[in-house]
Write a protein of this length. Structure first.
Length: 106
């Protein structure tokens, strides 16, 4: 997700040592661990509450489909393949078909 490799992690560790100092670093790491654990517990509780309230529909719910890009693709771009409303007696042109030539057109 964050794409942090070993070199980036080492830079972050060195910066943390300079900012907090070697004597405060264990306390800061402990507090960060508690914060992360609390955030995970809150997320797990919210997910289980959502699952309980939605029931079997929760398994069908894919939250990744709710991104703006996915919504645009699903609702706007997929409608391009639908039937185009036409006037009576006319049909839509095919992709490679030339439009008819009208001599009376101005």
């Amino acid at each position: 997700m964050f794409d942090i490799g070993l070199p980036e992690f080492m830079v972050l560790a060195i910066v943390a040592i300079f900012i907090f100092g070697p004597d405060k670093l264990p306390d800061v790491a402990r507090q960060a661990g508690k914060l992360l654990r609390s955030a995970r517990q809150t997320l797990t509780a919210a997910r289980s509450q959502l699952s309980d309230e939605l029931g079997p529909e929760f398994k069908d719910l894919d939250l990744r489909d709710l991104t703006p890009r996915a919504l645009v693709q699903r609702h706007l771009l997929d409608d391009l393949d639908d039937d185009v409303p036409t006037r009576a007696g006319h049909r839509p042109l095919e992709m490679d078909e030339a439009p008819p030539f009208d001599l009376d057109a101005t």
